[in-house]
Design a protein around this ligand. Sequence first.
Ligand code: MG
Length: 369
Amino acid sequence: MKITRISVYHADLPLEHPYWLSGGRLKFEVLDATFIKLETDAGIPGWGEGTPWGHTYVPAHGPGIRAGIKTMAPFILGLDPRNVLDVERAMDHALPGHLYAKAPVDMACWDIAGKAADMPIADLMGGGSRTPRPIASSVGAKTAGETRKVIERYRKRGYVAHSVKIGGDVERDIARIRDVEAIRNPGETVLYDVNRGWTRQQALRVMSATEDLNVMFEQPGETLDDIAAIRAKHAAPVSVDECLVTLQDAARVARDGLAEIFGIKLNRVGGLTKAARMRDIALAHGIDMFVMATGGSVLADAEALHLAATVPDANCLAVWACQDMLTVDIAAGRGPRNQNGHLHLPQSPGLGVEPDEDALGVPVAVYQV
Ligand code: MG
């Protein structure tokens, strides 16, 4: 089987509500999504998606995906998409770095491989758990009152896990954490996500002031050096996500004991092939996981769900359904959807969902042999 054609689509995915990170430092209203369709000489197509969370969140942006695919296309065409390691090496050879541009190609290859084997991707990866995965909400709000309102909105849809975005103002962060903990239901998982929004002194002040609450923080500093520097001075469990990009990052975090949780985001780390290695490093070191898309439609959520299904139930804290935050649906209700706050692994071969091609319009680029 050979890849014969790569079609690239561009779509803007508007967010239902404006979204703030780091206490209002960054605002997002629309996501720049790239969808790709790989076609093969066997007549089996595969779909991939790359949707970074805007242009200002991490060093990944929508136009970069389309430019990266243009650069890599001549090296990908003609390869057997079922040999995901060959495709991975070809991309790494053609374009060092730029993992986020490689992720949609890797995703489309796994989709084809699953369809060719007549298996869901998670099963092809070695076996997918059918235990529904709890979806974490993403609470990008500024004040305690708004935070309560957004959490309540998610609870009405069945959510039992929440990622509350904080960072930037010590007093306000302490007040918001105390407020959320006061209304937290038994059994609810809450992660306080700083998104790199603290300096070291800010991190220590908030983490010390909330020590009695025994809460978890995500990405409480800009770099792994920052997280390492405060490591011995606080007692809180830490998740890393923005600083978890390469396998070397994962190895350092595990070896040096910098975090107890990996926030694996598929687009950021370069797709399923690379993310699966991070999963194994995590499991080998007693590190639990949030497994998520970086953003995007039901396709991106489905990809993350397949990886999450290959994590033992006890070690997978939550997934995400970014689709719930969008005003458009490019797959007309198909694929894994929120069912009382959980996503269920698709049973059909490959990714288990394809976009509505009419909704994507005309490709912005086509590469073929
Ligand atoms: Mg995060």
